[in-house]
Design a protein around this ligand. Structure first.
Ligand SMILES: [Zn+2]
Ligand SMILES: [Zn+2]
Length: 190
């Protein structure tokens, strides 16, 4: 028996390995696993239905993997488009994470039934990848439509402006026209 650091309780214990069977350790473990399960459940929901969004700074969020004792990027982003939970799912599919999860469960005597919820299988990864590529395509199509719509609005505004100018130039004297143009551009640029 000797001192060892418990990453669940975040303290060094001098009673040796017996610590993990203790009430305090097991109840802390339960709390951690409940929270962890919630996060992983949320992420798992997106395997069949990935969430693709325009980049936002909160997509830089990280999550703490208890199994690996490591901070991991929660989402995947290229600073333009983000795939939510992509980082978490990718991490949980790695061989290192699988190995660490098995070790964590063994070391902490955690509930065996829960263990595989924290591991993303190869099939799930494949499914996620193919759904993500579809979702990215759809996202880009939507963006294209939006850009075209915006362009059409700008074109029609310009057309309207030209028409107004045209009709003004037909009825006004040049000096008056200049004053009107100035006023017209000031208000229409708002
Ligand atoms: Zn502990
Ligand atoms: Zn991990």
């Amino acid at each position: 028996m000797g001192a060892f650091y418990c990453s669940v309780c975040r303290k060094t214990d001098f009673s040796g390995k017996g610590h993990i069977y203790g009430k305090s350790h097991q109840s802390k473990l339960k709390v951690i696993l409940v929270k962890f399960t919630e996060k992983v459940k949320e992420a798992r929901r997106t395997i069949k239905n990935p969430q693709v969004e325009k980049y936002s700074p909160h997509h830089e969020e990280k999550f703490w993997c208890y199994c690996c004792a490591l901070e991991v990027q929660k989402h995947v982003t290229d600073s333009n488009i983000s795939v939510l939970y992509g980082g978490l799912l990718e991490h949980m599919s790695t061989p290192e994470h699988r190995k660490n999860t098995h070790k964590f469960w063994w070391d902490n005597k955690a509930e065996p039934k829960l263990r595989d919820k924290f591991i993303i299988t190869e099939e799930e990864t494949e499914r996620f990848k193919s759904e993500v590529s579809k979702a990215l395509e759809q996202f880009e199509e939507k963006e294209d439509v939006l850009i075209k719509q915006q362009a059409a609005v700008i074109r029609s505004q310009e057309q309207h402006r030209l028409e107004v100018l045209q009709s003004l130039s037909e009825v006004c004297f040049p000096g008056m026209l200049q004053a009107i143009l100035f006023y017209f551009f000031c208000i229409s640029d708002e």
